[in-house]
Design a protein around this ligand. Sequence first.
Ligand code: PDD
Length: 287
Amino acid sequence: MPTVHLNGQFLPLEEARVPVMDRGFLFGDGVYEVIPVYDRQPFRLEEHLSRLQDSLDGIRLANPHSVAEWTALIERIVRDAEWEDVGVYLQVTRGPGPRDHAFPREVRPTVFLMPLELPAPPAELVANGVAAITAEDIRWSRCDIKATALLANVLLRQLSVDAGCAETLLIRDGQLMEGSASSVFLVKDGVILAPPKTRLILPGITYDVALELAGREGLPYRVRPIAEAELRAADEIWITSSTKEILAVTRLDGQPVGDGRPGPLYRRMIALYQAYKHTVMRGNPAP
Ligand code: PDD
């Protein structure tokens, strides 16, 4: 039974209890992070905690912990976890209060952390890619906030589950945004294309890693708006996230992407990512 953290206490998951008047439960009034940990070494911890701060600022909730305190909490969750590789899930809600949309007079945030098993993406998916569908992006206009209120993402993700696919790629006003739980990249004519970080997408940590690796290796890339038509004409499509790493989308809405196999730039990028991840696993994070 995993050990979790709730409001200053470490306890078995089954014993963790939150009051029903918690605004996380009533309103989805909270934010979260999923931090990958490889071989018990947190990956890009500083960046995840900085995005947490941005999310908290975005919902006007004071950060209940310093970076040093968060780091200690995460280290303890990692130490007690039964797996070497974990995703540390953490969330902060605006805590309990009367059922009133307006913030409570006195805010006592609820802080929760738990370990999630983080299996490496199956070799079969890395070798062959995954299928995705597209859907209209029905989310709000602050998708840069990593909010626990994920109803639209949940409904959008379920569309791909119902279609037997791994992800739903979201189109807003004719432009590609991201996946329901991942960032997205295209390759066209040897150039990697990434949608810009606006308020309409989550600034993905894995997205940053992919672009950094591309820059370091001299792989051409452009960050610019991507039209839906470009998505449909792409040579390659990739999705990235802390839990999926980088996967090629080889079928989109039932049609093959490119030749229907993970493309050459995907194969370069996943090799770079895995090498980079292994430097972190040796406790020696690359710059
Ligand atoms: N989701 N976009 C959305 C909407 C996401 O939910 C996620 C990650 C990403 C990728 O971000 P990152 O590379 O920082 O993981 C992009 C997490 C894993 C989740 O909700 O479980």
